[in-house]
Design a protein around this ligand. Sequence first.
Ligand SMILES: Nc1ncnc2c1ncn2[C@@H]1O[C@H](COP(=O)(O)OP(=O)(O)OP(=O)(O)O)[C@@H](O)[C@H]1O
Length: 212
Amino acid sequence: MQLIQQGAEAKVYALTFYGKEAIAKERFPKTYRHPVLDKKLTARRVIQEARCLYRCQQAGIDTPALYYIDSNRNIIYMERIQGCTVKQYLLNQTDDKAACDGIAEKIGTTLATLHALDIIHGDLTTSNLYIRESTNSLVLIDFGLSFISNLVEDKAVDLYVLERAFLSTHPNSQALFDKIIQVYLKRSTTGKQVYARLEDVRLRGRKKSMVG
Ligand SMILES: Nc1ncnc2c1ncn2[C@@H]1O[C@H](COP(=O)(O)OP(=O)(O)OP(=O)(O)O)[C@@H](O)[C@H]1O
């Protein structure tokens, strides 16, 4: 078992699980929280993450296959995606317009489907989007902050988080993000309301950064 990431909330290991390339994501105790409360909150988070992963899978969104949940030790075992992140992909392909349009189409379509299920990812970045090597399909990972909500506000904030991630990681990517939104609007029945709210969220974001 090889530790590949030690985050603030979880440790992520690479391992083989019954012969398959897998990831084990373990949530560890937070020592600043009361142990009883911590146990409850951590267990709830693990279940929430697994539930969102499962819901996506059921709806045909490409996500890592869920292998096993160890609820005593707060570990989720899942498929290890073979491929590259959208972040790596875009850093290599910025000049290839067809490739960028293709990726925008996939991201916009996937997010419209996700939000139609009332799943808010909560941490949309180009590192949490993978391109599966074998099929070229877009894979969503890291449902650690995900939750279920039908609120337009939550969906708009989800898109705003992705927009900030795009603009801070990929120079001159506003056009690409706009293309994602165009696709989202085409594929989502509530897209118009979400987009209108996104404009408000952007405004709030700008005001906040002006005030400091
Ligand atoms: N199913 C997977 N397949 C391939 N790589 C993965 C997978 N899950 C996680 N990883 C890798 O491990 C890294 C960390 O995983 P993840 O983003 O789920 O954890 P985290 O950000 O530390 O946790 P959280 O956001 O839930 O607190 C990812 O950025 C990715 O590189």
